[in-house]
Design a protein around this ligand. Sequence first.
Ligand code: ITT
Length: 198
Amino acid sequence: MRIVLASSNKGKIKEIKSFLKGWEVLSFDELIKPFEVEENGKSFKENALLKARAIYNALPKKEIVLSDDSGISLPILNNEPGIYSARYAKIGANDKENLAKLIRVLKEKNIEKTPAFYTAAIGIVSPFGEFSVHGWMHGVAIDEALGDKGFGYDPMFIPEGFNLTLGQMEEDEKIEISHRTKALKLAKILLSTFKGSK
Ligand code: ITT
């Protein structure tokens, strides 16, 4: 039983593959020509299911498709960038531009440090039905980028109970505590129920 990832984000793919060690996991662009899915949902869950459904329908045969829609939210900014995390600086922005924009917004408001959280919604579209699960990681966002590990907003995010940013922490330390891992732990329980089914 293999799992097809409906993602083009290398950072996510790396983390999901390392978490689902022991499962056959491949990304959709190893099977079909990559294409963009319009993420016009109003929540992480809606966008995750939109992505998984689009890839499920595009694959030559019906198989288990897993997507991730995620982002960082700062309560002081009314939970922005939230579902717009990937296009915070502009449509088509890269990780560096989005990170720089959030740092700039904090600096403009003279905020050195403020509570923040990551959300991950995992969508699963499969011959067994459609499902979604969530995970969260709380911490603080700071007005500078420290370290070059992880991806996205990791260099400006210090998880609760730590003194370093995710950009300064090893990948396996992040995987132990991340929003994505928390959601994937639930997804794994669900995926196990598919085993042995036809
Ligand atoms: P796919 O839709 O192809 O999976 P994407 O990058 O467009 O890739 P999203 O729409 O879910 O994915 O946007 C998520 C953004 O949120 C991503 O670009 C990162 O900037 C940020 N993000 C999500 N999880 C993160 C993490 O674990 N660490 C750092 N940044 C993260």
